[in-house]
Design a protein around this ligand. Sequence first.
Ligand code: SF4
Ligand code: SF4
Length: 484
Amino acid sequence: MPDFFVNGQPVHAEPGQTVMQAALAAGHFIPYFCWHPHLSVAGNCRVCMVEVEETGDKGGGGSWMEIACNMPVTEGMRVLTDSDAVRKRRKEILQFITLNHPVDCGICDKAGECTLQDYHYAYNGAPSASRDAKVHATKFFPLSSRITLDNERCILCSRCVRFTREVSKSHALGIQHRGDHSLIRPAEGARFDEDPYSDNVIDLCPVGALLSRSFLYQARVWYLQPTPSVCPGCERGCTVQLWHRKPEWRLQALDARRNTRIERVTPLENPAVNGPWICNKGRDLARLFERERATQAMLKGRAVTLDEALAAARALIAAARRPVALVSSWGSNEELAAFQAALGARLASFVKADRQPEPGERVADDLLIRPDKNPNGAAARALFGAVPAAFPPDTDLVLAWGEGADFGSLPRGAKTILLGAYLAPKNGHADVFVPISIQTERAGHYTNFAGVVSAFSPCFAKPEGVAHAADVFAALGVSKAVIA
Ligand code: SF4
Ligand code: SF4
């Protein structure tokens, strides 16, 4: 294991590590645009330039400049990351990188998260040294139906191109032309729309060149806060950040629904589950969570209070001779435990798939996407069996929790209790309908297909009239209870 020195301090390096890797791991900051820990080294932005002091026989006070991302650590090497020479070189590099970069920050979605902006103020801060007009390029190039490209902002770091070659393997992007006419473009014959991981390039882009069409001009990032969560799109259970409006920036006069909206979804890096990536389905969670909600308890379509609905459900369970439960594979570990404790001994319980693959969706691959489109099927199946091909004909009560229950296949005459979160025609057909909260309104854990447990936190309060499923189970398991 080589030892070397960064700014005079001894640093350990693993065999084969570069100066960038070892220095960052030891807490020494080196700026970078094109380098990324999960991509190959391109070495083209040059902003990670450090000064290497001569040692040994050559140790005569001399030094040379080298990029940290591509320089292997050698024993006894002495590196300076913030010397006068390094700062001078970084300033020159930033002058070069911003030569044709537009002064767009005021309208750029990346503002607030842009490393070019940060490094410019940290290492340059001076107006452009060029007396020539900036080279103009395409401002809104439709890279795909999900992503727009601003070629003027692109600093040609090639992260997006390397991502499609090395991670998603779609090989959908390339660089066309030379010099200041270089453009990121779809590769010939490739369709970036068919890459289910395409939106990772939005996060990878160090500047505001690659932008999400759905998030374009929707919110300044400093008005938003991230809540850690878990994507329920498949049994991988990728950890994500759900971005929504900060309470102190709540809108008072404009559309109030924007205060409880998921503005964007980004990966929450997790080496045990998804690394730094998620698929596009995970970014579209708002489409799932923001469907019209069911907020009214009902008895055969007649509006009642939550307590009346629970009393009716309790009476049905008490009277049933052969009751069955269809357990949700979207229920959290805590909800599954609450169900088992309250009702597991009373109802024959089976795990159903709440959701199936959507038409045209990639069902599985060897990167992240898994075939079971439910986040907690593994935990549910550890407690309960699979739904049988047919229920016993004398089944007289079915409690269905969540989506995906096929009411047409239930034994004729069986009473139904439905716990659901979204508006659906079958809500009104159930003998008892209880509206329940969704993942963004409660805390909990999912266990993914490999047994890794991940936590999610609430972003918003549950709507009035809606109960948490765990409270419903607790109330149904006792003779009398009232839910807040
Ligand atoms: S679009 Fe962004 S990620 Fe791609 S090369 Fe340009 S700056 Fe880099
Ligand atoms: S791979 Fe599965 S869990 Fe991960 S983001 Fe995609 S749908 Fe969600």
